[in-house]
Write a protein that binds this ligand. Sequence first.
Ligand code: 4AZ
Length: 838
Amino acid sequence: MGSQHEENEKTSSNDDAPQQDAASIADVSVEVSTVDHMLQKLRRKFRKTRRKPKGLKRLLAYLLNIPHIAVITTAVVFVVVVIIWSLLWVFIFRRESNTGVYFAGMFRVAQVEFIPEYRQAESHEFASMANKIQHVVSNVYKMSSLSKLYKQTVISDLSNNNKGGVLVHFWMVFVVPRLKRPAMCDECIGAIFRDSVHTSLRNRSSVGYLLGLPVDIDSILINSVQRSDYTSSVTGSQCVDKLYANLPGARVPLNVFSSWGGVSCQMKLTGVPGFLIRLTITSFHIEPSDCVNDALVVYDALLPMRGRILHRLCEPTSSSFSIVTTSNVMLLSFRMTNGNKSFRGHFEAIAEEICMSQIETRLEPEITGQIYSPFYPSMLPPQCSCTWKFKTPKSALGVALHFQNYVLKPKDLKGCDSGWWKVNEMIFCGSYVGHRTVFRIADHSPDVEFRCSSRNSVQPFQASYSSYNVSQPCPESHFLCNSGLCVEKSRRCDGLDDCQDESDEVLCSRPTKNCGGNRPLHPLFVCNGETDCHDGRDEVNCTQETTCSAIRYQCRSGSCILKKNAKCDDVPDCQDHSDEVDCACGRPSPLKRVGSSKVTERIVGGVNSGEGKWPWQVSLHFAGSLYCGASVLSSDWLISAAHCFSKERFSDPRYWSAHLGMLTQGSAKYVAEIQRIVVHEYYNAYNAFDYDIALLQLKKSWPPSLSPLVQPVCLPSSSHTVTESHRCWVTGWGYRSEDNKVLPSVLQEAEVSILSQNDCKKIHSLVSPRMLCAGVPSGERDACNGDSGGPLSCQAPGGGRWFLIGIVSWGVGCGRENLPGVYTRVNKFTSWIYSHIS
Ligand code: 4AZ
């Protein structure tokens, strides 16, 4: 077109001025003649038989010609569609491709005096201060690289702060194209604000001036939040209550009920400046659903900031406990769905604890007193510190700290997440365990410093202290365990974990069956269900009542009998017959023995199983794919390994499904949704998967009609002992070998032997008393990735029931020679399991 216009211009500039009008007429005529010429051409081409119409009439006639009407209509429709599409794109799709990204933040404005009017968002004083702060925050982001995405800041609260000045809580909204969303990281948003303050820091203090506003850089915290958190607070569609504890120590009651209406409420608690807040929960009646439906989240802030979660409560409770903040504000965020749910508790302002004391121990090794974690028995806040300066009466005496369920270990490269300890100049990390320990300090005047080091609130601890003789820590007749406990020397190598860390059972020769000697028979051989002495003396009077210990079966009445494996052996041994109740378990009745073809070696040395052979075997699927195994414990509970659910993404029960009564993948008799996942509270991924056990509650019980293809496995009693005549099998759909990462579709089974704990520890140094090793020396039969959480099932001798002895946990590779697999030792968790499922 451009070139054609230029040509026209060239033509007219060559003509004389007086000729201009004529020229333009000529131009028109040229154009008409051109159209006419074209029409003629076209007509000649398409309508050779018709007579030629003249001028405009001809054009009209041409346009009204039926085929031309069709072409024109199509063109018009096309143009209209294009216009509508463009409008839709501009107003709907383009708008949809943008999304709001929401942040909650807080910082301290220093050198500004807090006035009570700031508590009222409707007050003039609040509005004027909030406007000023809003302007400053907006300015920071409008000047930043995110200026195009920044939408607005809303100041939600101004509160008095323990460090002085005013603590500001605010919301921030960005409107971001969907594709750019991942770039909106919490760190980046926080860093922009911190950078601005940083450039204006003065006098080496932490306070910088933004448009004259003194902002404490150390107090800046910004977290992304859910849109619903923002809308429910800002638009006020849900309840937001503000409560104050104006007098230290005065309790302010908190009661929330959701009788049929359902509740989604936030309570903002503020205490006297300089004090902390202690929330006491006396009861919380909700439906357990793993925080999906009902939950209470307690924040160490006034807005729901992820980095400031003190505690999440999603299980019903009627035993009272308390949580302490690190400053004078707390937020309670309730979610209670329809039903008769309720929360009862109170809060109060409490003074910060000055946790420092000088302690003198006595000459005698008896317990002299107790030290407690700060705010005991409240839970420990994320920040706290304590110093205990001990002194013993003699330089030969050290200090022993006796803990109930806590252990100190030298700090390694990983951080401490359950308490940081400095003993003289050595650093230790604390962690929670399920047994007693004694921490011995070989110094007569040690300084012990403790600092809270967890992200959330954690269990409190207490320790009894005493003196001890550094050169002889235990009494003459006792043995010093690695756990710090002293146990009688006669208990060494008795097959029992008296030390709680099995250190009394290392370097022991295999127990001998001294049946005729004058020394008593090794306790492991007594009443273990196997005739170890040819005259059978080890298996007599097994149901007589005796003192209780870890290897004696405890009847429901509380009395103990010698018989170790009394549970569900079809013989009533306890006087109350309690050993034979709840025994509908561990008796598979295979339908057809397909598989077991020794020719096709699968997983690590396994073979195809048969329909109904392992009716407790479960295939656990995460987001639709096999991820772990599990075992059926009852009509609504499964048991698996904690490590299957440990990462945050894997802890949401909604992504999991349990496939029951299945031989070949895809042919489950019942696919269950998961209601909640209970991971053992002491599970520790950093400590070689110690306490690797988890329970899963099903949303709906499997129907009894599925029996016998679906059936529970028997749970061993805590005294259960596996003997040589037990046969043990590991089953699962995991990898066939370390190198062949193909998952078999048919359930695989492999027979393995249980190693002695001594042999197991020689191979895997990190084995704890809560683990056992099983395999074959050649390594050819083993569990592998994908089998985790699945069962190691052992059958009682003489074709008895099958018990869940182990849960597939970890190993070094798969099927390697002399590297047996490691399993969770289930009988160590019997009471923990019953405490959750019954
Ligand atoms: C796993 O990662 C796994 N060979 C399970 C068992 C073993 C190794 C790894 C034992 O699930």
